[in-house]
Design a protein around this ligand. Structure first.
Ligand code: ATP
Ligand code: MG
Ligand code: FE
Length: 347
């Protein structure tokens, strides 16, 4: 089957066509991503109103170009999937209402996708051998969670951040060091040239019994180190990244202790693009005798192929029902509604 996916929850406008073959083969048939980095760069972060307007301008041409590239029309697709949250509400509405209009016009089912479900299932698009249940570190601009992914629609949250997301900490560190926006890749590049041991930084919640994360104190320590005026920016970047890695590995190790049986240790979300973090997680997986799975970098940051793929997974699951045309756009939408709220946490 073939699904058209649309993503517009933050500052990427994206469309993709993904096919699931009879033998389980997965193929990204065509895709387009328009980044808004240039539009937001002067402000050092995403401006919601600018993002929403850019999505309005770009989403229809991107869908059209994706269909043209594939040599297909809406008549060829089996369903239309779009991110319905969580995210910046103006952007989410643009993609979702576009998908509703296309679904209505073509008489195809609408599938409203949780953006986090897109990230959570994206490793299975890249690796057909990845079976449930797996332990997922979902680390992105707005989230840092450890989830036991037990099936399509079955996500048990074991941990979340009690303050900042990991991607947010990378972005704030970049801002403090004057590296501009977006920050993650810039911090990673600079860190590769620095000495992590030159700047002592804290490792919040290291060794705590629950596997939760905290990055606010680390970010403040980065600010103090920069303001001290005695450290090279590269050393601060390297020290920050190493502290973040130490926290991620300690927390993931703790989560593996309590997760029960899993087939693999998996990472997804924008921060999964970070090579040093991938390497450290790969070592942890090896230590536990587990497979390690990380999607290719282009599938880690926001894209529509993961939304189309989540749609395909939903379509293929038993008891599939299409979503109604009045499905709401949700600024907040926890993947695991059963998870206990954590002090200070978003979702
Ligand atoms: P969410 O998925 O939580 O709604 P989002 O969609 O804005 O948030 P993503 O696009 O999934 O987030 O990820 C973007 C984040 O990933 C940014 O914070 C960015 O700094 C971070 N990131 C991207 N590449 C890297 C990298 N190489 N190293 C570290 N962080 C990175
Ligand atoms: Mg982005
Ligand atoms: Fe995302």
């Amino acid at each position: 089957s073939l699904v058209l996916g649309i993503e517009s929850s933050c500052d990427e406008t994206a469309a993709a066509l993904v096919r699931l073959g009879a033998g389980g083969a997965r193929e990204i048939v065509a895709q387009h991503i328009a980044s808004q980095d240039e539009a937001h760069r002067p402000y050092g972060g995403v401006v919601p109103e600018i993002a929403a307007r850019a999505h309005v301008e770009r989403v229809a041409p991107l869908v059209a170009a994706t269909l043209v590239d594939a040599g297909l029309t809406l008549a060829d697709v089996d369903a239309i999937a779009a991110t319905a949250g969580p995210g910046l509400i103006g952007g989410v509405m643009v993609g979702l209402v576009t998908a509703k209009a296309l679904a209505m016009a073509s008489d195809k089912p609408l599938i409203a996708i949780n953006h986090l479900e897109g990230h959570a299932l994206s490793p299975r698009l890249a690796d057909p051998g990845l079976a449930f249940p797996y332990l997922l570190l979902l680390a992105s601009g707005g989230h840092c969670q450890l989830l036991r992914v037990e099936g399509v629609g079955a996500y048990r949250r074991l941990a979340t951040t009690i303050d900042d997301a990991l991607g947010e900490a990378f972005d704030k560190t970049a801002k403090i060091l004057g590296l501009g926006y977006p920050g993650g890749p810039a911090v990673e590049r600079l860190a590769a040239t620095g000495n992590a041991k030159a700047v002592p930084l804290p490792r919040p919640l290291l060794g705590s019994a629950d596997p939760n994360f905290s990055f606010a104190g680390l970010k403040s320590a980065v600010l103090r180190a920069q303001e001290a005026g005695i450290h090279a920016a590269a050393d601060i970047a390297a020290a920050f990244q190493q502290a973040a890695i130490d926290c991620v590995i300690d927390r993931s190790r703790r989560a593996l202790d309590v997760a029960g049986e899993v087939t693999a240790l998996v990472v997804a979300g924008g921060v999964a693009a970070n090579r040093a973090i991938r390497l450290a997680l790969e070592e942890l997986a090896a230590e536990r005798g587990l497979r390690f799975v990380a999607p290719p970098v282009a599938l880690c940051t926001d894209n529509a192929a993961m939304i189309a793929w989540a749609g395909l997974e939903r379509l293929a699951a038993p008891g599939f029902v299409a979503d109604p045309l009045d499905f709401p756009a949700r600024p907040r939408w926890p993947l695991d509604p059963e998870a206990a709220p954590v002090r200070g946490a978003g979702v």
